[in-house]
Design a protein around this ligand. Structure first.
Ligand SMILES: Cc1cc2nc3c(=O)[nH]c(=O)nc-3n(C[C@H](O)[C@H](O)[C@H](O)COP(=O)(O)OP(=O)(O)OC[C@H]3O[C@@H](n4cnc5c(N)ncnc54)[C@H](O)[C@@H]3O)c2cc1C
Length: 404
């Protein structure tokens, strides 16, 4: 697919459609759900009604051969609000884990019910992080034991920071099958709705994205059918045997590649938050009069806005490049996926802070949305791999050195 900076008519229609939903439904509800710190089920229902929250919508965008469908949709949705945006797209994390690690049959069985139906939308959660295993995924303790007599897997452990954890119908859980193999001894499992032994832990009170539900998930001898192991037992046994023989893991590369491919989407969310704050600050600077003239007539303010816009456009280009590369099966030799997430996340933090500065005292209050955007933006340097971990991935990719 050749590169073009001109969106085609389908992409323009998509952008306008998501933008209208973000402007008419998401933005007006953002303050209320941020203050309530609750999952916005009615807004999710609205998104389901128009087909935005549906497996068909995300599948169509995943198939867009330019790779730009997902970044375009996410930027617009998160322009509306990041907390509600994450409430609407959190399920796709779990769906991506099934699609990335499972068979076609498993994807067909588990991904559609993650979204529920138009009348009864449901959500799913991806549970990898643990209290002692955040950036250090190899330190994971949750155990998966196979019970041959019943053909069941038994999961035990505590997951933390799970988006939609405990309120989801379907949880995708990573666990250790062979502790001696560390990260190479791990596997992913689907925990079907209503499984005994899975219970919600504490829900976190957060700094930002407060409409998104983040919680612990406790797994206490949680028994799931053998077919819930993503990828199947035969493939797992082969992989573990290779790892035990000390063969160079062929898993670290694919799993790294999966993360690289999902990171541009997270970058696109950050671009949406940054653009929302920038646009608000630009309008404000034209209206606000001090010393007898609009504050935008001061270079100090106008140049700040120029820097903000430049950084946002640069971030979007990195996101689009990585998304286009991922969709066209290109190798991320310089960790271009991580680059896009790193840069867009840091731009979101800086730009929202600059927007607050432009609004002065008003920017510091909850009467103006920039304060919320500023709190929301910070998550983009933390989740889905912190900025430090992105730099680690990029520096290793460009140097070929095991940078620590
Ligand atoms: C709102 C929210 C939603 C989340 N959603 C999910 C989810 O749905 N599913 C899920 O599994 N997880 C989720 N997470 C977890 C998230 O991915 C982790 O918080 C993140 O990976 C960082 O892990 P940690 O919090 O344990 O920080 P730590 O790993 O303890 O890191 C602390 C600090 O040390 C730095 N650091 C750590 N190791 C190194 C190193 N080697 N070199 C340099 N610096 C280093 C980090 O960059 C960071 O600054 C979510 C987190 C939040 C806050």
């Amino acid at each position: 697919m050749p590169v073009s900076f001109e969106l085609d008519s389908d992409q323009l229609t998509l952008r306008q459609w998501v933008h209208d939903f973000a402007a008419d439904v998401v933005r007006p509800a953002a303050h209320e759900w941020d203050e309530r710190e609750e999952f916005p089920w009615p807004i999710l229902a609205d998104a389901a009604k128009i087909g935005l929250y549906s497996v068909e919508f995300f599948a169509t965008q995943w198939l867009d051969e330019t790779g730009l469908g997902i970044p375009i949709a996410l930027e617009e949705l998160f322009w509306g609000d990041a907390g509600i945006g994450l409430a609407i797209v959190g399920t796709t994390l779990a769906a991506a884990a099934v699609r990335g690690n499972g068979t076609d049959e498993q994807t067909a069985e588990w991904v559609p019910p993650m979204f529920g139906t138009v009348n009864e939308p449901r959500v799913a959660a991806f549970c990898s992080s643990e209290p002692d295993a955040g950036s250090d995924v190899g330190a994971m303790r949750t155990r998966a034991r196979y019970d041959e007599s019943t053909d069941e897997w038994v999961l035990t452990g505590t997951k933390t920071w799970a988006t939609n954890g405990g309120i989801a119908d379907i949880h995708v859980v990573t666990a250790v099958v062979d502790p001696e193999l560390k990260a190479r001894g791990q596997a992913s499992f689907v925990v079907p709705p209503g499984t005994k032994g899975l219970s919600p832990g504490q829900k976190f009170a957060k700094h930002g994205i407060r409409a998104s539900h983040t919680a612990e998930v406790v797994l206490d001898d949680c028994r799931i059918p053998g077919r819930c192991l993503l990828g199947g037992k035969e493939k797992l046994d082969e992989r573990l045997a290779r790892a035990r023989e000390g063969a160079k893991s062929d898993r670290s590369q694919p799993s790294m590649a999966t993360f690289e491919r999902t990171r541009p989407g997270v970058g696109a969310q950050a671009v949406g938050v940054a653009r929302a704050a920038y646009e608000y600050a630009l309008d404000y600077a034209k209206q606000r009069v001090q010393f007898g003239k609009p504050i935008i007539e001061n270079q100090a303010i106008a140049f700040m806005l120029a820097d903000m816009r430049t950084a946002i456009d640069a971030a979007r280009l990195l996101v689009w490049r990585a998304a286009w590369m991922a969709r066209n099966g290109m190798r991320f030799d310089a960790a271009e996926g991580s680059m896009s997430k790193l840069y867009a996340g840091e731009v979101a933090v800086r730009v929202t802070e600059q927007a607050m500065q432009i609004l002065g005292g008003n920017g510091y209050t909850r009467d103006y949305p920039v304060e919320r955007m500023c709190r929301d933006a910070k998550i983009y340097t933390i989740f889905e791999g912190t900025s430090e971990i992105q730099r680690l991935v990029i520096s290793r990719a460009i140097s070929g050195t095991r940078v620590r």
